[in-house]
Design a protein around this ligand. Structure first.
Ligand SMILES: Nc1nc2c(ncn2[C@@H]2O[C@H](COP(=O)(O)OP(=O)(O)O)[C@@H](O)[C@H]2O)c(=O)[nH]1
Ligand SMILES: [Mg+2]
Length: 302
């Protein structure tokens, strides 16, 4: 993870630091008040009720004066240590096997950043020289095909030609056969985020998944749910329903640059038990990184 992630997390980092100063002027004199303020701070950054509670238990157990909790540096050091212990490592959330065809199906509701993520991911793997095909299977929304096609041209990655209104499952069917014929190693499928109803959407995505399983059973399939970090609890609700319908492999959290609630990364892992694979933190094609708990905590609290 890069310095650019640090910039992308500026809002969350600033909020933790500002609020710490604001909240802790007197709190450290009184342990109960201190715990109350910590709780407020953690909830404000969307760390989630379960993790917050576990963190509080750890703080409860220490002598706050001995640990110099009035000093932000000591506090951060201690919190870092707790988070690293509490948040499960997720390094196997996303694996690419360059020997076979890898299929990434990108799902999520409208506007979360699916199409942008598909482009960023293709660009990310360009360095690794993985021959990639981008597939615009959001044929429902006007402009979605053009958006991905434009992105693909900019980064010089092949994109499947499709016309608006085609059936997504048949676009995906064609793309799998095309990828096999061309010996592609990575197929990135961008899907629709909204149909007439939510249940229509789920049915369509399930159908796309069946087409993949049937036509490329030998491929490694990753279903990545894209969640907009700025949507908070709403994003969590989305994750629950996509998890039920599609058995997603991991989550990509987008727009971390636009929120002070970056703690949602921990909520997803702890409360939903879904691994996080990628983060995006800006509109540039390079504003993407793999997620790594320890590095994330390090950057967040440094
Ligand atoms: N600031 C910021 N904007 C983003 C990020 N990812 C996507 N966006 C913007 O969010 C909007 C919706 O993105 P899009 O990929 O079209 O979403 P989709 O409807 O899920 O395909 C666009 O204006 C993107 O530029 C991000 O990480 N940070
Ligand atoms: Mg889109």
């Amino acid at each position: 993870m890069l310095a650019s992630l640090k910039t992308g997390l500026k809002k969350t980092r600033d909020s933790l630091i500002d609020k710490y100063d604001m909240l802790f002027t007197d709190a450290v004199k009184d342990k109960n008040l201190f715990l109350e303020k910590i709780e407020e701070l953690l909830i404000l950054s969307d760390i989630g009720p379960r993790t917050t509670e576990e963190i509080l238990t750890r703080f409860q157990a220490i002598n706050i004066h001995q640990y110099k909790m009035n000093d932000f540096n000591y506090f951060k050091k201690y919190l870092k240590q707790i988070l690293i212990e509490l948040i499960p490592a997720t390094d196997d959330a996303f694996i690419i096997n360059p020997e076979i065809l890898n299929i990434v199906m990108v799902v999520g509701v409208n506007g979360t950043g699916k199409t942008s993520f598909a482009g960023k991911l293709a660009y990310y793997f360009k360095d690794g020289a993985l021959d990639t095909l981008l597939v615009p299977a959001d044929t429902f929304r006007a402009g979605a095909i053009e958006q991905l096609t434009y992105l693909a041209k900019q980064i010089d990655v092949e994109v499947m030609r499709t016309s608006a209104g085609s059936e997504p499952a048949s676009v995906v069917f064609d793309s799998i056969h095309s990828a096999k014929a061309k010996k592609k190693k990575l197929l990135i499928i961008d899907t629709a985020g909204r149909l007439h109803t939510y249940s229509n959407l789920m049915k369509e995505l399930e159908k796309v998944k069946r087409v993949i399983k049937k036509n490329a059973p030998e491929a490694a399939l990753n279903i990545i749910l894209v969640i907009d970090a700025t949507t908070g609890q709403n994003g969590l609700a989305q994750a629950i329903s996509f998890k039920e319908s599609l058995n997603i492999s991991s989550i990509t959290l987008t727009k971390l640059d636009g929120t002070s609630k970056g703690g949602i990364v921990f909520t997803i892992q702890k409360d939903l038990l879904i691994p996080v694979s990628f983060l995006t933190y800006g509109e540039k094609i390079t504003d993407l990184c793999r997620y790594d708990t320890e590095k994330f905590i390090e950057i967040l609290l440094n």
